[in-house]
Structure formats: structure tokens, C-alpha cells
Design a binder for this molecule. Structure first.
Ligand code: NAD
Length: 334
């Protein structure tokens, strides 16, 4: 039985990936600062600790590990990454995690290492036109990511590729483009746009309004989580190293995304545009390379992913509202 180590296994993509690898017959070790927030981990072993500590990273290899999937990062949506307030932590923490991991895996006999990079590495100057962004692999230089998060990801890609070049490590690098789905963070400041919009719609009264950061004409594409983990696995099984985009090419504006959630919820809401961090004007996954190298394209249409995500978030929001009113009743009667 092959052994996989998933770092960041308490996070959104990591927790889904653990389940996917289990379904493929792996023995899975998960590691993270925390257990998954919205599900029970399916990992065979889950080690809680800080990957910035080299001792903790070394302790993860007490048994031989065949494959490492590195998803841990200091990470969030636009409200966390694009305000500038968390830049030092984002860069320091994620670089340290990647340095520690690379140092340890080169000493151990690990067959291959997956690194989760991001579409945020692409230069801002190619993403000014909402309807025609260029995110083709190979277009990353001259480098000009619009966030420190993107610079860190680009640096870490180079770090992994240097270890491949100099130490013969077998690395696989994917650039994720907005992965979404159930069991992702939907509040607290680190949520990404689909989860934030679904939460706002779920919380709004019919006939009310929801806030959208910017004028809502900025565009993105969104990949459903099940497609994401399948593509990661295909990349790991292939003899191709990447970097390669893993995303959808179904471009949609943020206003249109909000309207999709309104349609799913059956609510009539007004969009109120307010100032906020919005990132680049347009971003889309160019899927030509992944189609050519891995014979893979997303299989789940955006509409169906949004439906499943909305239903899950609405359930969470309603459950919390129920808990709050029950608490208020208990306090009244106490
Ligand atoms: P996430 O925040 O849900 O998961 C990251 C996990 O890393 C968290 O559980 C966190 O606790 C853990 N972590 C952070 N610092 C740690 C530390 N010092 N020690 C141990 N664990 C630590 O994020 P996600 O959406 O699941 O993303 C997974 C990876 O994919 C990240 O590297 C992210 O940058 C990358 N990525 C994600 C997206 C997306 O749309 N979700 C897009 C591009 C890239």
C-alpha cells in the first residue's frame, strides 16, 4: 500500500484530497495546525503541529512516505491577501513551510512531491482586460504578480524546481485557479469570493441587498473541488512536472456569480457595490497545456458546483442561526 503525506490536510483542498487518496487505496498521513473544521478527517493518521518547525516536519517521516502533497500555506481570499496587512506573515510562514519540507524530503526516499501554486503568480499587466486575460504557462515573466502571496508562490515554484534540478527530486507543480465547493471557509475573513457571496445570499432577506467589492465587472473562473483533486492526482501519476494550470476556463463576472446564487436561492436581491480589495480585473485558466499533457479538462459545470456549494453554505448559515436563537431563548428562560 502506498503511503501519502498531505500537508495542509486540515484545510479545504487538503481535506478533500485526503478522502480522494483514501478512495484510491493509499495509506494517508495528514498534517496541519488543525483538524478539518467541517468534516471528520478520513486520514489514517493525523498529526497536529506547525510545519514551520523542522522537528515537526521530520517527525512526519517516521515511516517511509512515497508521495507528498504540499498544500499548507498562510492563505485566504482577497480580504486576507490583497489588503497588504498580512504580507509579512504570508511570505514568512509559507516560505518557511516549503523550505522545511524540501530539506526533509530530499533526505528521505520520497518518490514525488506535489506543490500547490496559484494563478496569483501571473503578471498583473496581462490581467487588466476583464474579457481577455492571459494566464498561459510561460507568460509569468517579466514577473509582476499583484500580491505578495503571488510573489511567494512564484518564488516557491522556483525553489521546488531548484531542488528538482540540483537534487533530482521528482516535483509536480500546479497553479490552482479559484477552487470552490462544500466544506470551505465561508466566513471569518479568509473566505474566497464564491463562499463569501453564497454566505451573503444565504443570510439576506428576500428583497434585501448584498455588498459586492468593486463594481463587480471583474471576472474569474472557478473550479469545483472534485475536479481539482482528480487533476492533482492525474498530474502526480504522469511524467509531466508542470507548472501547469488546474482551473476552469468558464469565465464569469462577480456580478453574474452573485446572480447565480440569487437564482439558486430563489431570492430577489439588490447588489450594492462598495469599495474593497478586488485583485486583478480578469483571470481565467488557460487549459491548453493540461489538455495536451494530461488529457484532462474539468468535468463539472460551474452551475452544478455552485448549486452544491450554495446548499451546503445555506445549511451552515441556518444551523448557526438556529444555535444563536436557541441560546437567546435559554438566556431568556435562565
Ligand atoms: P486552506 O487555508 O483551507 O488550507 C491551508 C491549510 O494549511 C490550513 O488548514 C492551515 O491550517 C494549514 N497551515 C497553514 N500554516 C500552517 C503551518 N505553519 N503548519 C501546519 N499547517 C499550516 O487553503 P486551501 O484553499 O485548501 O488551499 C490549499 C493550497 O492551495 C494552498 O497552498 C493555497 O495557497 C493553494 N491555492 C488554493 C486556491 C484556492 O482557490 N483554494 C487557489 C490557488 C492556490
Amino acid at each position: 500500500m502506498k503511503v501519502a503525506l498531505v500537508t495542509g490536510a486540515g484545510g479545504f483542498i487538503g481535506s478533500h484530497l485526503v478522502t480522494f487518496l483514501k478512495s484510491k487505496g493509499y495509506r494517508v498521513i495528514g498534517a496541519d495546525l488543525k483538524l478539518p473544521e467541517f468534516s471528520v478527517t478520513t486520514a489514517d493518521e493525523f498529526k497536529i503541529g506547525d510545519l514551520r518547525s523542522i522537528e515537526f516536519v521530520e517527525s512526519l517521516f517516521s515511516i517511509p512516505v512515497d508521495e507528498v502533497y504540499q498544500l499548507a500555506a498562510d492563505m485566504g481570499g482577497a480580504g486576507y491577501l490583497f489588503t497588504g496587512e498580512n504580507d509579512a506573515d504570508v511570505m514568512h510562514n509559507s516560505v518557511l513551510i516549503n523550505l522545511n519540507l524540501l530539506n526533509v524530503v530530499t533526505q528521505k526516499k520520497v518518490d514525488k512531491v506535489f506543490y500547490s501554486s496559484s494563478a496569483c503568480i501571473y503578471p498583473e499587466y496581462n490581467q487588466m482586460d476583464a474579457n481577455n486575460p492571459n494566464c498561459t504557462e510561460g507568460s509569468e515573466y517579466p514577473a509582476a504578480p499583484d500580491s505578495e502571496y503571488g510573489w511567494e508562490k512564484l518564488f516557491s515554484e522556483r525553489l521546488y524546481l531548484s531542488y528538482q534540478r540540483n537534487y533530482g527530486l521528482n516535483v509536480k507543480i500546479a497553479r490552482f485557479h479559484n477552487i470552490f465547493g462544500p466544506q470551505g471557509t465561508f466566513d471569518g475573513g479568509r473566505e474566497k469570493v464564491p463562499a463569501a457571496l453564497a454566505r451573503k445570499v444565504a443570510m439576506a432577506q428576500d428583497g434585501g441587498e448584498i455588498e459586492i467589492w468593486g463594481d463587480g465587472t471583474q471576472t474569474r473562473s472557478f473550479l469545483y473541488i472534485d475536479d481539482c483533486v482528480e487533476a492533482v492526482f492525474k498530474l502526480m501519476q504522469s511524467d509531466f512536472s508542470g507548472p501547469v494550470n488546474i482551473g476552469s476556463s468558464e469565465l464569469i463576472s462577480i456580478n453574474a456569480l452573485a446572480k447565480c446564487f440569487m437564482r439558486i436561492s430563489g431570492k430577489q436581491l439588490t447588489l450594492k457595490h462598495v469599495k474593497g480589495p478586488i485583485g486583478v480585473q480578469g483571470r481565467n485558466s488557460d487549459n491548453r497545456l493540461i489538455a495536451e499533457k494530461l488529457n484532462w479538462l474539468p468535468g463539472i459545470p460551474l452551475a452544478s458546483g455552485l448549486e452544491q456549494t450554495y446548499q451546503w453554505i445555506a445549511q451552515q448559515v441556518n444551523a448557526r442561526a438556529g444555535q444563536t436563537s436557541e441560546l437567546a431563548n435559554q438566556q431568556k428562560t435562565a
